[in-house]
Design a protein around this ligand. Structure first.
Ligand code: I3P
Length: 105
């Protein structure tokens, strides 16, 4: 599964609050392959190379972020190492597809 997602880091490893300056929303092209979510940053135009982040979704939990009301169709991803990300999908339908695919892993 693949598509554009905006991501906000909420908590780092062991659930520690992501510090100020690292909590802003960023756009990625996301690809779920097996148990890994690849997040491709859209910076290849300026860098002539693409950068990527890799998040293991093995034993992760995705659910609608009902407590987060600043943006629509946002889901929360909690990883096995207790990181927490918020992802904003382009539509409710795409949000539900991502939640379903991640939780299937
Ligand atoms: C964060 C950025 C986020 C904001 C977050 C800020 O600042 O403004 O957009 O989250 O607020 O800390 P920075 O870029 O310096 O990391 P929201 O969009 O959800 O308001 P937060 O600390 O309350 O999460």
């Amino acid at each position: 599964h693949k598509g554009f997602l905006k991501r906000k880091a909420h908590a780092d490893i062991d659930g520690k609050r992501t510090p100020w300056g690292k909590r802003s929303w960023k756009t990625f092209y996301a690809m779920l392959k097996g148990m890994v979510l690849y997040l491709q940053k859209d910076d290849y135009v300026k860098d002539c190379q693409s950068s990527e982040e890799v998040v293991s979704v093995h034993h992760a939990l995705a659910e609608r972020a009902l407590n987060y009301t600043k943006r629509p169709h946002v889901f929360r991803l909690q990883t096995a190492d207790w990181r927490v990300f918020l992802f904003e999908a382009p539509s409710t339908e795409q949000m539900n597809t991502w939640i379903g695919r991640i939780n299937l892993v």
